[in-house]
Design a protein around this ligand. Structure first.
Ligand code: GLN
Length: 189
């Protein structure tokens, strides 16, 4: 199984390590030529969504990646990756790929709670130690999408068909179960 990890900006190396520990082959995607037909799934890492959106466009990756996700290529977005997938941002006029029917609020936990760690219950996985870094949350989960975890009444993990997204960073913990869940999705696709 070959997973492409977007490596334009942000926390991509940690995803690589997690997926390789689970036996997947990984490739880093920085240019259009790295985004090939041979990928079974892709990861959109955390970082800064505005910068990532700009770099995706500059590298000519934006349209082909959006088309591939819309066509069913399995994708796992974390934090900024969730923002890139969302079809609406409540506090930002940008929309990036817009393939996931959720309304997302950027930097939703404010300054005081900028970064925190909390134990969550993730549907299909169980108790999970979640690390949030200037995280968004999901204000509204649209049709066909399912919330998999919540913090204080707001969804922080969501799935729709072959799209999985979390507001937190599973790649920054030693717990590989969410990456394993994604690889199961890839296998089923
Ligand atoms: N605050 C970032 C954004 O709005 C996301 C933070 C993250 O990916 N850790 O893009």
């Amino acid at each position: 199984m070959k997973i492409g990890i977007f490596a334009l900006q942000g926390a991509f190396l940690e995803h690589r390590i997690a997926l390789e520990k689970l036996g997947a082959e990984t490739v880093e995607i920085r240019r259009r030529t790295h985004f090939s037909d041979g990928l079974d799934g892709i990861v959109l890492p955390g970082g800064e969504s505005t910068v990532q959106g700009k770099l995706l466009r500059e590298e000519g990756l934006f349209d082909p990646v959006r088309a591939a996700i819309a066509g069913g290529l399995p994708v796992f977005g974390t934090c900024a990756g969730l923002i890139l997938l969302a079809d609406r941002l409540s506090n930002d006029r940008n929309v990036y790929f817009g393939t996931l029917p959720v309304t997302v609020k950027r930097n939703a936990y404010g300054r005081q709670l900028g970064s925190f760690r909390t134990d969550l219950t993730v549907k299909g996985i169980g108790n999970y130690p979640a690390v949030f870094i200037r995280a968004p949350y999901i204000e509204e989960v649209g049709q066909g999408a399912e919330a998999l975890a919540e913090v204080a009444g707001k969804a922080v993990a969501v799935r729709k068909d072959s799209q999985l997204a979390t507001a937190f960073h599973p790649e920054l913990t030693d717990d590989l179960r969410i990456h394993a869940y994604f690889l199961d999705m890839v296998r089923d696709a």
